[in-house]
Design a protein around this ligand. Structure first.
Ligand code: NDP
Length: 512
């Protein structure tokens, strides 16, 4: 049984529910609207985390101006020196890891171990990108003409608009801001309205690390009032967005009008394939962690198990048994396995999908809200839920739920498994459990996703590899790894002709 947890600021070490400002041009300031909004703890909505500026387009414009003013000096700062500030920021995050994690759990709900992992991803990308300050490789290649030098270099694009969701409130802003900043862009950051406190804590540490005034600007407020003006601004040539497909599509349309560079990281419908020769205990571990970790609110969460019919009954029994034992409660309780959903709308949406699941398949376990459980009375809790007998084209097989609902799809063989896994408009992550090395390699080739796991679940990305998805999950860009630099830099091809005469490419080196 979940113990009652004291979630007051004193007990959690988080800031008292005070009013927080925007951060523009190196100063904390109020919105011109004079209005604020509250962020609340999803595990106990009586607990107000803080009040934040309900900003508008004028605030966004002020932040963009500040970022624009800071741009010339920042892009002229040698990249290794920019990298040193990222190192300091990474070290500060490491120093404050526990405080950040607790604040995140309080505001976003994920259990502490996962919140610590979220902060660690931020630290990892800060250090990785700090190193890019001394790499940022281009190519130096031979010229086709004598006495001529040829190379390519990366250059910053300008002011970067960073728009982020609530589910990784430290990691995702860091994935975006670290590559943007190390390559010499300045940043206007609009965080999700469900997690503005995490954003404030992050920007406080960035300020302390020594990012010069105006290089990092934070504006809180709604997507319509702050996000959209950033996307529409002629002075923000690059946008990096993570969120759902509908928002991403609207942003793509607005950005296209100004031909902006745009990186989109959108939804997922990630499948785990389980073959008859799989280690079923290991598969159960991977599936339960991927499906119910972060209460299913990860873009890489497993929402479909595609299982060979020979082992389906056995596997479903194991998953149900494990799901039944998961302890729901506030994430600040170290014994909790599954925290709340982010807000009331999410609880309602996930409940709606449970209704769809009852019509499309067979309810194995869960199926409803869990606010009647001890410790869950004041939060947005939903029971880990499993539906069997779902068909690949059912709504439960196709639509992103973003909650703890797992669908079981039974298939007769490997080809049917791959077809089911790929039969979705998304393409973020997929995995296969098998001991057959030939099948493993075929799956690595056949799965149409940006991430493929063998003998592990669908979640868990390491920051030095590219992160992102195929098809409707995005628009071809990648975060993390050195691929992240492509979003925030323009390539420049540079030629130096030291022959002292006019040499015409493709003409003077050809036979008469
Ligand atoms: P939303 O798209 O609703 O929100 C994301 C961000 O966009 C928020 O900051 C939001 O502001 C802002 N926003 C909303 N409307 C607009 C607009 N018209 N113009 C500009 N900005 C806007 O995402 P969700 O809250 O639904 O987040 C979950 C989604 O994120 C899931 O679909 C998930 O799969 C996806 N995701 C994808 C990842 C990936 O890498 N592929 C990783 C993590 C999540 P506000 O909060 O104020 O509404």
């Amino acid at each position: 049984m979940s113990q009652l947890i004291d979630q007051t600021p004193e007990a959690t070490g988080a800031a008292a529910p005070t009013t927080h400002g925007n951060f523009i041009g190196g100063e904390w300031c109020e919105s011109v609207t004079g209005r604020t909004f509250e962020s609340v703890n999803p595990a106990d909505t009586r607990d107000v985390v803080g009040r934040f500026q309900a900003s508008n387009a004028a605030d966004a414009a002020a932040a963009i101006r500040a970022a624009d003013l800071a741009l010339p000096a920042w892009r002229a700062t040698p990249a290794p020196k920019r990298g040193e500030i990222l190192y300091r920021f990474g070290a500060l995050m490491a120093e404050h890891k526990e405080r950040l994690a607790r604040a995140m759990t309080r505001e976003m709900g994920k259990v502490l171990a996962e919140a610590r992992g979220d902060v660690q991803e931020g630290i990892d990308i800060a250090f990785l990108m700090a190193g890019e300050g001394r790499r940022m490789f281009g190519d130096t290649v031979p010229s086709e003409l004598p006495d001529k030098w040829a190379m390519s270099i990366r250059q910053p694009i300008g002011v970067a608009g960073i728009i982020t969701p609530w589910n990784f409130p430290i990691a995702i802003p860091c994935w975006k801001m670290m590559p943007a900043l190390v390559t010499g862009n300045t940043v206007v950051f609009k965080p999700a309205s469900d997690t503005p406190h995490c954003a404030v804590l992050l920007v406080e540490l960035m300020h302390e690390a020594g990012f010069p005034a105006g290089t990092v600007n934070l504006v809180t407020g709604s997507g319509e009032d702050v996000g959209l003006p950033i996307v529409q601004s002629p002075d923000v040539p690059v946008i990096s967005f993570t969120g759902n497909n509908a928002t991403g599509t609207a942003i793509a349309q607005a950005a296209a009008r100004r031909l902006k560079r745009l990186s989109l990281e959108l939804g997922g419908k990630n499948g785990v394939i389980v073959m008859p020769d799989a280690d079923l205990e290991l598969a159960t571990d991977g599936i339960v962690w991927s499906a119910f970790g972060t209460t299913g609110q990860r873009c890489t969460a497993c929402s479909r198990v595609i299982v060979h019919e020979a082992v389906a009954d056995d596997l479903v029994g194991r998953i149900a048994e494990r799901a039944a034992r998961l302890r729901l409660g506030p994430g600040l309780d170290e014994t909790t396995d599954v925290g709340p959903l982010i807000n009331a709308a999410a609880l309602e949406k996930v409940g709606g999908y449970a209704g769809v699941g009852r019509a499309e398949g067979r309810l194995v376990i869960g199926g409803g809200s869990a606010t009647d459980r001890p410790g869950c009375e004041h939060g947005h809790f939903f029971a880990p839920t499993v539906f069997d007998g779902i068909e690949p084209m059912d709504r439960l097989g196709q639509e992103e739920i973003f909650g703890p609902i797992l669908s079981i799809i039974r298939v007769p063989d490997y080809d049917a498994a791959i077809m089911a896994a790929n039969q979705t408009r998304f393409g973020l992550s997929a995995s296969i459990f098998t001991r057959d090395v030939n099948l493993a390699f075929r799956a690595m080739r056949d799965l149409e996703t940006g991430i493929v796991y063998v003998n592990a679940g669908t979640t868990g990305a390491e920051t030095h590899l590219p992160f992102g998805g195929w098809k409707g999950t995005g628009n071809g860009h990648r975060e993390a790894g050195h691929a992240a630099l492509d979003t925030f830099t323009e390539w420049k091809a540079v030629y130096v002709d030291y022959s002292g005469r006019l040499q015409r490419a493709q003409i003077d080196n050809q036979p008469e």
